[in-house]
Design a protein around this ligand. Sequence first.
Ligand SMILES: NC(=O)c1ccc[n+]([C@@H]2O[C@H](COP(=O)([O-])OP(=O)(O)OC[C@H]3O[C@@H](n4cnc5c(N)ncnc54)[C@H](OP(=O)(O)O)[C@@H]3O)[C@@H](O)[C@H]2O)c1
Length: 305
Amino acid sequence: MTTNDNTNPGPVQTRTPVAVLGLGLMGRALAAALLGAGHPTTVWNRSPGKADALAAQGAVRARTAADAVRSAPVVIVCVSTYDVAHQVLDPLAADVDGRTLLNLTSGTPEEARRAASWAAAHGADYLDGAIMGVPQMIGLPGTLLLHGGPRKTFDAQEPLLRVLGGANTYLGDDPGLPLLYDMALLTLLYATGQGLTHAQAMVGTAGVSATEFQPHAASVFHTVLAGLFDAESARVVDEADYATEVSNISTNQLAVGHIIRTSRELGLPTDWLAPVQAGLDRAVREGHAADNPARLIEYVRPDSP
Ligand SMILES: NC(=O)c1ccc[n+]([C@@H]2O[C@H](COP(=O)([O-])OP(=O)(O)OC[C@H]3O[C@@H](n4cnc5c(N)ncnc54)[C@H](OP(=O)(O)O)[C@@H]3O)[C@@H](O)[C@H]2O)c1
């Protein structure tokens, strides 16, 4: 895995013409960054009005997706789903031959691998990518984009990718890896977000506003929660070294029970906590009450008994 944080895209005369298919919130940000860095940029979107501002900034507006693809050696695809990407690209199989496709659409790792196979079958170089940020972060030096596909394709496109985010990271030749990482990282986001929402609803029953609660939530996030993300916590999982002097499964089983009983008292939903409770209960039943809760990964892996 390699990361590059240099945002200088290179001399103007070497800048590659690029086509951008999909001008939603993210596609427009990508195209604007490319234009800003001096890349000749052709844009296409199903709803053509979304190209207006980019055309005013110097983008060439393509009438059809085929016109866009034929205009440039590098084609960036950023539409809502892989099904949409196939709807747009499948009729253009003959046109992608010899070009490089950079697919920044979100989906599943298998969808990315199938798209890579489709591209290879039609003579295109292909990199799949995941953008770990929002459109307003496109072009910033610290913005992380994850990439997977042939190393030589990544190396060839790396100066262009640097325009989109300074912290490009090559994960390996498997085109499914960026979306695997993306979905893993988004799991953290949504699970934490659900917890925050529930916590705000809990204190809200006592008339405590989210603003009043925020410093306490932030304090726990930066201290107790941060500990889950440190190198020692990762080592514990990798080495299945579940002995603990910090907080064991038994203590956490009781804590989750308290949360569930409190939530019931307050009339809040508890269904989303049931799998957490079930994992802790199972670990206690199986004799692991004194272990680190990191042991619960044993029940989540696909080959779990
Ligand atoms: N926004 C973010 O914060 C963010 C962050 C990371 C990754 N992403 C990913 O980037 C991709 C685009 O996101 P976005 O925020 O730009 O979404 P968006 O604003 O909803 O735009 C969706 C794009 O897909 C196109 N599209 C949808 N259905 C289509 C169809 N049947 N045929 C042709 N085009 C179609 C839309 O065209 P129309 O304009 O004609 O509807 C539009 O260009 C998604 O995969 C998303 O997960 C977004």
